[in-house]
Ligand binder design. Sequence first.
Ligand code: IPT
Length: 976
Amino acid sequence: MSFRTSPGTPASPPSPADYVEDVSPGGGVLPPRAWYAVSDARSLSLNGRWDFRLSPTADAEDDSFAAEGYEPGGWAEVQVPGHWVLQGHGSPAYTNHLYPFPVDPPRVPAENPTGDHLRRFELPPDWPADGGTVLRFDGVESCARVWLNGTDLGTFQGSRLPHEFAVGHLLRPGGNVLAVRVHQWSAGSYLEDQDQWWLPGIFRDVTLLHRPPGSALDFFVHASYDHREGLGTLRVDSDVDGRVLVPGLDIDVVTGTPVTLPVLPWTAETPRLYDGELVTEGERVPLRIGFRTVELHEGLIKVNGTAVLFKGVNRHEWHPRKGRALDPETMLADVLLMKRHNINAVRTSHYPPHPAFLDLCDTYGLWVVDECDLETHGFTEQAWRDNPADDPRWTPALLDRAARTVERDKNHPSVVLWSLGNEAGTGRGLTAMAEWIRARDTSRLIHYEGDHDCRDTDVYSRMYTDHAEVERIGRHQDGGGLKRRQLPFILCEYGHAMGNGPGGLADYQRLFTSYDRLQGGFVWEWIDHGIEDERHGFAYGGDFGEELHDGNFVCDGLLLPDRTPSPGLVEYKKVIEPVRIDGGDSFSPPGERREAADRDGTVRVTNGYDFADLSHLAFEWSYQVDGENVGSGPLAVPALAPGGTADVELPAPPVDPRDAGARWTVRAVLADDTAWAPRGHVVAWAQLPVAEPVPPSVTASAPPVTGERVITLGPGTFDARTGALLAVGGVEVTGPRLDVWRAPTDNDNGAPWQPDARHGPLWRALGLHRMRHRPDAVEAGDDSLTVRTRVAPAARDVGLRTVYRWTSDGTRLRLTVSVTPEGRWTLPLPRLGVRLGLAASADRVTWLGGGPGEGYPDTGSACAYGRWESTVDALQTPYVRPQENGARPGVHRAEIGGLRIEGDPAFWFTARRWTTEQLDAAEHRADLRPGDTVWVNLDHGQQGIGSQSCGPGVLPRYQLWPAPAEFSFVFSEVTD
Ligand code: IPT
């Protein structure tokens, strides 16, 4: 590293590494242009094993390794694409918004891990000798200097953007050596302060592209759609003249010529692409043309004349072993998972993705908000002083990033909005970017969240706004300047999916569908960025000894790091389903009765798609009594147009509809195989309760019998001193006793910047994790055993007076728990119920209630009422940081370890091989070890989940405030 001289003193010769701290984007690269994967021109992938040497500073080694004839003796090897820190060289580091180096732009720390890479390659023998050749890097973090055969080609910054060099004149048939020096930190790092792992390396493809004489340079496919006339207009502008062929439309015109003709439009729901070709003298480039028009009209984002509702996710690129070096299979897996979960939109947070991902979005149909690689979030620590986004010296770099984004991706029909970046404050650089983009591409709208006055944008966008404010915005009661008041609204981030949750999604969706101005949102975020790790299961911030880190804030996705859908994704799928089936809600959690079934035998079906009719769906009914299917069949539903509604007659119920626990289930499934899911895939569903199940009844007829040490009552054996239940028949039991504690979720713990009370820390401060149980009386009456207790934490005057009343009919045992809060409670409870222990041999679990996955008061939409079966292990949701999980809501009956439990009313059921305290203490999955007891929680109430790990807390109606409560369970031994 060179020391800069002060003004006036003669400059010392520039250090070879000066480009690292240069605010300009680099030098020697070709201008940006449209990206395409293949053409008939030759290409050669340089991916694979590269020689690699890591040094601790930018200039610890001189650049002699790039000279011809250098022998990389003693070097290691890395895989390209890849990050060296995930291949045993150095370590990954995670910070949310803090720069992991002193903020002194554009200076970077002296410790600047630098990876020298060497790749030898031969040209294929038939590599054409004419024309030129381009060397393309699709992504290098964060700054590179490149040499080919000893010649210095130049440098670049802009990690997730392509950079090309003209190299034809330097290539030889054999014995080429490509040398790339990559610095982890550069001036560009100040522009790349996204909330993610810092992962240096050549993490996207490196390709040699032959450019035949007369080959295409840049080209721009303009394909609009006039929804009134059903006409598409195609014009392909090309830097090199040629012809545009679209055989399916009989188009054969010269470039630059508009053609208007009847076409089928492209939408995310109906992704009609026409294959075409751009034919220039030297090259044939395949085109995939989607006709669509994006506009701001009457204050709404419209595509082809129709307002769209974004049901989106924020997608970072992530693979638990490869980091951001995604392979094609992983990209496809993401798209298929999104489509199968009713997601229709992606914000490419917070940088342009690998370009192949956008090809998949075109093909399968996803609206894309394509975001530029720009975030300067760390400057918030100094009130945005010196923010590069408002410093003209950085504007060329910002414009370079905008241009590389737009030029690369402009031919994708899926891209409907350009996003300037994320969390970069406001400033002249952002305005310049917006102006440049507007001048270059008039066919898309501009998004940026950081500018709440919408000076540069076409849409009012916010993140983590609470429900009440979103509703005010929906009603146009949010004030703001004239421009903003006329704009549509989206939540570019909401529903923070960290750990258990997010809660409250259904409540947001109700707002989105109620107010036109609200055009939906993008859940934060798609996938947990956990790193596969032998020690921990999955590692997160701090696990690599970082001096600054933000812990598991990097694990906040709808997918677990291995792409297992979390309950949050299953919930989101249900909440955003594109067909609404009414007549009863999917499922009523305990304590909340929703409208009963439509007893007239009709069900109301509403098409919630924006463009598609329902002809691709088949509808089915089934009828359950006590969770048991007693009939099913097809249901004829008209192919409703978008927004259309029909009342559809259900068949006569297959059994007497007064049967207890009867309900209809109606499902909309794919009628045929699609590109993204097979026929029969469930798109939408609802359950319509007909009759509630009969609550269990136990006639108190058996008397308690007091012995020396134990009291017996029917099948129950109790400790005579404490009144604790010891066994039900032959099933040994520990407890049950009152339990109010849960291992705080990330959302319970909350984020410091949220105004709402953060319940997790407050619960702990109150001592809810160390409640003491004081037995006050054990009273054997004529037909009941009553145990009186007070449950309270040390040092506090609040408590829960708790009475357990046991009765029996000789074979079954009924427990009624009465809870009376005492003292001044200022917090809701985590949970309210009982916990009991069973032998570790308890494994198989069956239940009648909500399932198959977990559900909490504000996350249970996707739980269907039925008979479910699982094992204790499979009931767990393995969140990367262990926390409360796995409750099954609305359970009327459960069996586990030989014990049958019936609820009056229905309860939340949870079983695990560790205690809540162990779950609470664990920091990683690997910390959880099965003990000798299976702990079962039977909860009358649960606090909701909310989204406070970044967003708003639990809505009042899902909070569990201490209040007098009474609830019962009936225990019996399973004999059949
Ligand atoms: C917001 C960021 O845009 C996103 O990158 C991520 O960090 C998210 O939060 C939290 O996971 S910024 C936040 C301060 C609202």
